[in-house]
Ligand binder design. Structure first.
Ligand code: TAP
Length: 481
């Protein structure tokens, strides 16, 4: 039975979009070398004009960050830094609705997700790290660990504000200043965050935001005035950055791609497992580095689980991301849509069987239906490459040992999920899965107190928790290259 819902659109009026945004350098919005447009991926309407930062703009941003580091931020007592972080956290909460609406407009993700996940977790990261700012001496890194200096941070488009929070909050708590480059297609919440820094009276230059494309990212990473680089994005660009930073004396942490296995055993509670599979791959339309994009299901229950999964997928609502009933929003860009479509075609060409939920796609914007591939072999591209879209590849296994072997048969190692009612099997699996995070009977759970990061081509370094502080302090193990 299918229920029809009346549309429940979130109002856009809470957001005041400017026609044009400058770069945020030294506490002020300033002009840059050229401009580009950011669009809504759900409607393709132009939202605003944004400034492209060239190398000379990055120079100015790094100089502002250096000055703020030396004169103000690194010499400020931790308890004073903490007050600013608390203030930012509270302002994110106060302006939560505005941030959520803007994120959904610029990124295309459902308002339910930006409202209930991205924005509250962003505030939580600032609250959590505000608490650390005056307790670094007790974090296990010696009596008075020092900050690193100016940090260059480059982030992707899938969780624009949340990735900013993951990067900026620990850097500032530890006494560093930052130059951050948001993704080209999702700069708007970072620019609203810049306004929040002004509102919080954050000393000028502590946070600098330079918008632009990959060349702006390159300029940030390569700048000799940057002491540490923190990057979240694709493995291909991560490798380029590792090469650019080699033998430079810069610290580096990389949070890269993933191809997580979500492993369902025959004793798992089927309904919960299906919800977990759906959440694992269709949350944020699969634009999630730790998405459970490979379902490994025990052969004896494969048919039953797949039947239930398809019934559940048929009930997912795809469409206007501003509607509070929407489960699946837009794909963030035409380029990403083309990449997903190309990989999905390769799945069919290589012999896997494709099934897509029967949902109508809007005429304008970038859309891809929730899709599942069965009959997938480990050699197929859709089993090996990160699709970064709402596409699930299903493989089967007979024994726990086979599940581990298949789950680990990937160059990535960011996350994994295990579904079973046996605690001993969960522990057995968790100790053998080569993944930074292993969820048991749940998926996509995040907490600022819990470190997150990968193995192998998923990168190195941890974000969140006590371990995440190490990446922003001058202590051994903080990501020397
Ligand atoms: P990328 O294409 O790698 O872009 C990430 C960021 O790097 C963007 O700001 C991009 O700018 C910039 N950039 C591009 N080329 C660069 C270069 N040569 N030097 C420096 N910066 C450069 O990734 P994406 O497509 O935006 O994001 C998706 C990827 O991020 C996926 O692989 C996903 O798994 C990964 N991801 C990982 C995590 C964690 S925590 N591991 C979390 C989220 C996402 P433009 O926007 O202008 O291209």
């Amino acid at each position: 039975m299918r229920f029809e819902y009346a549309p429940a659109p979130e109002a856009r009026s809470i957001v005041t979009l400017r026609d044009s945004y400058g770069l945020f350098i030294g506490g002020e919005f300033t002009a840059g070398s050229s401009v580009f447009k950011t669009i809504s991926p759900a409607t393709e309407e132009v939202l605003a004009e944004v400034t492209h930062a060239g190398p000379e703009d990055v120079d100015r941003a790094v100089a502002a960050a250096r000055q703020a580091y030396e004169r103000v931020w690194s010499v400020m007592p931790g308890r004073e830094r903490g007050k600013y972080l608390f203030r930012i956290a509270r302002l994110i909460q106060e302006r939560a609705r505005e941030l959520a609406v803007l994120e959904t407009m610029d990124n295309g993700k459902p308002i339910r997700e930006s409202r209930d996940t991205d924005v509250p977790l962003s505030a939580a990261h600032f609250f959590y790290h505000a608490g650390w700012a005056d307790k670094l001496s007790y974090a296990g890194f010696g009596p008075s660990p020092r900050p690193l200096g100016v940090v260059g941070q480059v982030i992707p488009w899938n969780f624009p504000l949340l990735m900013l929070a993951w990067k900026v909050a620990p850097a500032l708590a530890c006494g560093n200043t930052v130059v951050l480059k948001p993704a080209e297609t999702t700069p708007l919440t970072a620019l609203l965050f810049a306004e929040i820094c002004q509102q919080a009276d954050l000393p000028p230059g502590v946070v600098n935001i330079v918008t632009g494309d990959g060349t702006t990212g390159q300029a940030v990473v390569a700048h000799p005035g940057v002491d540490k680089v923190a990057f979240t994005g694709s493995t291909a660009v991560g490798k380029e950055i590792a090469r650019a930073c080699a033998v430079s004396g810069k610290r580096l942490t990389l949070e890269l791609g993933g191809k997580a296995a979500n492993v369902v055993f025959d004793d798992a509670p089927a309904d919960q497992a299906v919800e977990g599979i759906v959440n694992g791959i269709f949350f944020n339309a699969g634009h999630v580095c730790c998405a459970g994009s490979r379902l490994l299901v025990q052969e004896s229950v494969a048919e039953e689980v797949l039947g239930a999964l398809k019934r559940r997928m048929a009930a997912l609502r795809l469409g206007d991301p501003m509607d509070k009933n929407t489960d699946i929003g837009a794909i963030n860009s035409r380029a990403q849509l083309e990449k997903i479509a190309e990989l999905a075609s390769s799945g069919e060409a290589e012999g896997a069987e494709r099934w897509s939920a029967p949902c109508p796609l809007p005429d304008r914007g970038f859309w891809f239906p929730p899709t599942v591939f069965t009959g997938v072999s480990q050699a197929h591209r859709i089993a090996r490459e990160e699709i970064f879209g709402p596409v699930l590849s299903v493989l089967t296994f007979r024994t726990p040992a086979e599940a581990v072997e298949k789950a680990n048969n990937t160059p990535y190692g960011l996350s994994a999920g295990v579904w079973t009612e046996k605690g001993s099997l969960i522990l057995w699996m968790a100790s053998r899965l080569r993944a930074g995070v292993v969820w048991a009977n749940t998926f996509n759970r995040f907490d600022p107190a819990s470190p997150f990061g990968g193995y192998k081509e998923s990168g190195f370094g941890r974000e969140g928790g006590r371990h995440g502080l190490e990446a922003y302090l001058d202590v051994p193990g903080g990501g020397d290259v």
